[in-house]
Write a protein that binds this ligand. Structure first.
Ligand SMILES: *[C@@H]1O[C@H](CO)[C@@H](O)[C@H](O)[C@H]1NC(C)=O
Ligand SMILES: *[C@@H]1O[C@H](CO)[C@@H](O)[C@H](O)[C@H]1NC(C)=O
Ligand SMILES: *[C@@H]1O[C@H](CO)[C@@H](O)[C@H](O)[C@H]1NC(C)=O
Ligand SMILES: *[C@@H]1O[C@H](CO)[C@@H](O)[C@H](O)[C@H]1NC(C)=O
Ligand SMILES: *[C@@H]1O[C@H](CO)[C@@H](O)[C@H](O)[C@H]1NC(C)=O
Ligand SMILES: *[C@@H]1O[C@H](CO)[C@@H](O)[C@H](O)[C@H]1NC(C)=O
Length: 350
């Protein structure tokens, strides 16, 4: 994940055009010129203003951008003889830092993966990024200053969705779907109302990635916390691994689960997941479960269709860490299975 933590590219859009505009309007005010000259200036100013409006203002104001995306897609559907069906969820960004060149007329879909730690989201994201037209920029909001308040969140998202965010996942001009991975505890639920409003205004689609077996997720958290302290790989901590040997090293640790707090903990996690689903139920979304991704490759097809990208065979180098049944992975498994017997969590144990 380290590679994905690049810094945003600072955008300084259209400074020179604004200067030209300012300069001209002052001359207009102070210089005594004849009528024809004034008319020429007026037309030029008009054109200058229109250009600013089309290319500058919309970059800063999502309202204008949304309007423009809408009007373009409408124009395409009605104005072209060719049958292009352009979804309202696709748009034509104009990055400040480069030119989209031949892909300028290829629409882009904005998305966000909403997930929780130890849900396989790192794996899911590397799968998506193996697609030549998908850029998913990682856990951008793990950096606290980017989620300090709604204006910093908005600024960060704006940079991502204008295709100006630079990371190892950037596909730049030929990106057809752009997004990020956002953990529920990284300011997302704290600002859920404002974020939902932003997503709807900007036509961003949400992919919820959850894990059904929250007990297994808990074991993964305990093992990850253990390695963060012990740094088993020659003094470095690894959250993800790329080989079976590395996986077995991390899986060798068998945590003892605190049975006093376990059920309360799992209830809390379920509440958080439900709250997220309800808070963004007005946003275009799909729910993906980690277990389905593991068992059914067709789930990835569903995701690619949702993102309006060509369906590909996706690949990842990540290797699953915990592969044994939980009985071989938890030190006090016997007590735990007794404790959960008869509860709705019983099936998670096996
Ligand atoms: C365009 O779409 C309409 C309705 O979906 C269909 O009836 C028509 O045949 C299409 N035209 C072309 C040229 O594909
Ligand atoms: C996907 O990426 C490839 C290679 O970069 C490019 O040729 C193609 O036009 C892109 N497709 C879309 C739909 O953007
Ligand atoms: C949000 O945080 C930034 C960065 O610390 C700060 O400059 C800005 O004033 C804050 N905005 C609001 C509305 O609190
Ligand atoms: C630690 O480093 C040694 C020497 O570089 C290497 O052989 C060994 O596999 C490493 N162990 C782990 C757990 O990465
Ligand atoms: C288990 O959790 C309870 C409640 O959070 C706590 O009071 C207790 O100290 C924990 N036990 C252990 C062994 O950590
Ligand atoms: C979304 O959830 C809220 C409850 O949080 C509910 O009142 C509302 O009707 C739901 N909207 C849709 C479109 O399902």
């Amino acid at each position: 994940m380290q590679v994905l933590e690049n810094f945003p590219t600072k955008a300084a859009p259209f400074l020179d055009i604004k200067l030209c505009y300012k300069d001209l309007s002052q001359r207009w005010l102070y210089k005594n010129t004849n009528c024809l000259w004034k008319l020429v200036l007026l037309v030029f100013l008009g054109l200058c203003g229109m250009f600013m409006c089309v290319s500058g203002v919309e970059r800063q104001m999502p309202y204008f951008r949304a309007r423009r995306a809408y009007s373009i897609s409408k124009a395409r559907v009605s104005g072209h003889s060719r049958n292009v069906s352009v979804s309202n969820y696709q748009y034509y960004p104009q990055p400040a830092t480069y030119d989209r060149k031949e892909c300028r007329c290829t629409p882009v879909q904005k998305f966000a993966i909403f997930s929780m730690q130890r849900t396989g989201s790192g794996w899911f994201e590397t799968l998506l990024n193996s697609h030549p037209n998908v850029s998913s920029h990682g856990e951008i909001f793990s950096v606290e200053k980017r989620r300090e308040n709604m204006s910093t969140i908005k600024k960060t998202l704006d940079t991502v969705y204008s295709l100006d965010w630079d990371s190892s996942a950037s596909k730049n001009e030929c990106t057809a779907a752009v997004g990020l991975k956002w953990m529920l505890n990284q300011g997302l639920m704290e600002y859920k109302r404002e974020v939902a409003a932003y997503l709807n205004r900007n036509s961003v689609s949400v992919i919820f990635l959850f894990r059904r077996n929250i007990l297994r997720r808990y074991v993964s958290i305990l093992a990850n916390t253990f390695d963060r302290e012990k740094k088993q790989f020659n003094g470095t901590h690894r959250a993800h691994v790329h080989s079976k040997e590395e996986a077995s090293l991390l899986a060798a640790y068998k945590p003892t689960v605190n049975l006093t707090s376990l059920i309360t903990y799992m209830k809390r996690i379920e509440e958080i997941m439900l709250d997220a689903l309800l808070s963004f139920n007005g946003t275009r979304n799909m729910v993906v479960y980690y277990e389905d991704l593991v068992d059914m490759p067709a789930e990835l097809k569903r995701v690619q269709e949702f993102l309006h990208v060509d369906c590909r065979e996706l690949q990842s180098k990540h290797v699953k860490i915990h592969t044994l049944p939980l009985s071989g992975q938890i030190e006090n498994w016997r007590e735990l299975s007794t404790r959960l017997k008869g509860t709705k969590y019983e099936s998670f144990v096996y």
